[in-house]
Design a protein around this ligand. Structure first.
Ligand SMILES: NC(=O)c1ccc[n+]([C@@H]2O[C@H](COP(=O)([O-])OP(=O)(O)OC[C@H]3O[C@@H](n4cnc5c(N)ncnc54)[C@H](O)[C@@H]3O)[C@@H](O)[C@H]2O)c1
Length: 334
């Protein structure tokens, strides 16, 4: 009997290459079987060190009898269709965020799961990051009293594209905060407001959001995609009896010339290295046991992130506070 789980990774870009390395090097019990990318040269580069197969047709890879599980790391628009192909093939899938930017498309994935059972785990890996794990534990253990507010900062060095907009900051970058805050607080969102200051140049300015929860908490989120100085994510959860804040994550600090220096990462990959590994180990557990990991993000959570993002983009465009209205939670995700 073949005891190893044969994993295919779809998409061999930045994230796909990282997932491939994790599967090959950090997931005992898994084998990196295939790398699939429309660009087979890229797939071959990622596959070569591990002797994995190279493929170019994602649907064909998903349907293969010798593939047990799939990681989708191709562009956003492919996530929902490829997740549905995995559900149809009876394969568990770890799909990168977002499930879709369209709440309607997320609902279509949920309908497919309602018929076939739980198959989709979403790549909102911050749920596995030790800082958020400790924040959630402090709240759940009653050490902070009732949660009142959560402050969040998400800063990148520069935008990935020159035509990046404030709306894209809300729909592409903020979903990480939308998901992990909802997870840590154990809340749902009821309304969102969004604002932008004005920069002195043509680059996209930061977006500031205030999100209201169904437990009368306030969440603020700064997305600054042109922060210039480094990749920097911060969060503080304020309760009635205390607060808990994320500290700067760095392995070293240099002291010299009467100063102290701690470096920033250039992007998210180093900062969340451990979280990606923990997330993918949870996925492997899901594949082998069939039990959806309690900590992980589901298709329902993907829908929740998409609907607040959609309302947030509308709030920014109109300058008006927007309600966030979700459907009732289906039994499958209870
Ligand atoms: N969880 C996180 O922290 C995080 C961080 C960055 C990106 N992401 C998500 O991961 C996904 C990939 O991002 P990336 O930065 O690696 O992008 P990328 O552009 O570097 O790589 C995408 C790859 O997918 C390939 N591709 C395109 N269409 C395909 C298809 N139909 N089938 C197979 N391959 C296809 C492209 O050729 C490319 O090699 C995006 O959806 C992004 O939102 C998640």
């Amino acid at each position: 009997m073949n005891m190893t789980i044969r994993v295919a990774v779809i998409g061999a870009g930045l994230m796909g290459a990282d997932h491939a390395r994790i599967v090959a090097e950090d997931l005992p019990g898994a084998t990196l079987a295939a790398i699939c990318d429309r660009d087979t040269t890229r797939a071959a580069t990622v596959a070569a060190p591990y002797g994995a197969e190279v493929a170019s047709d994602p649907e064909a890879v998903i349907a293969r009898a010798d593939i047990d599980a799939v990681i989708v790391a191709s562009p956003d628009v492919t996530h929902a269709p490829l997740s549905m192909a995995c559900i149809a093939a009876g394969k568990k899938v770890m799909c990168e965020k977002p499930l879709s930017q369209s709440p309607a498309e997320c609902l279509a994935v949920m309908r497919a799961e309602a018929a076939a059972g739980r198959h989709v785990m979403l790549g909102f890996m911050r749920r596995f990051d030790q800082a958020y794990v400790e924040m959630k534990a402090a709240l759940d253990q009653g050490r902070l009293g009732r949660a009142l507010m959560m402050h969040n900062f998400h800063r990148n060095v520069e935008t990935p594209a020159a035509d990046f907009t404030g709306a894209m900051a809300i729909t592409n970058s903020a979903p990480h905060e939308f998901d992990v805050v909802r997870h840590v607080l154990g809340c749902d969102y009821t309304a969102i407001s969004a604002f932008q200051p004005r920069r002195s140049d043509a680059r996209v300015a930061p977006v500031m959001m205030v999100v209201e929860t169904d437990q009368h908490q306030l969440v603020n989120i700064e997305i600054n995609n042109n922060a210039a100085y480094g990749y920097d994510v911060r969060a503080e959860l304020v309760g009635e009896a205390g607060s808990i804040a994320m500290t700067h994550v760095a392995y070293t600090r240099s002291d010299a010339a009467l100063g102290s220096h701690a470096a920033y990462e250039a992007d998210w990959r180093g900062r969340y290295r451990e979280a990606y590994i923990r997330q993918n180990r949870a996925f492997l557990c899901f594949v082998t046991t069939g039990v959806f990991p309690a900590q992980a993000s589901s298709a329902w959570d993907g829908y929740a992130a998409a609907i607040v993002a959609e309302a947030g983009a509308k709030a920014l465009a109109t300058g008006q506070r927007q309600p966030v209205q979700m459907i009732a939670k289906p039994e499958l995700y209870a």
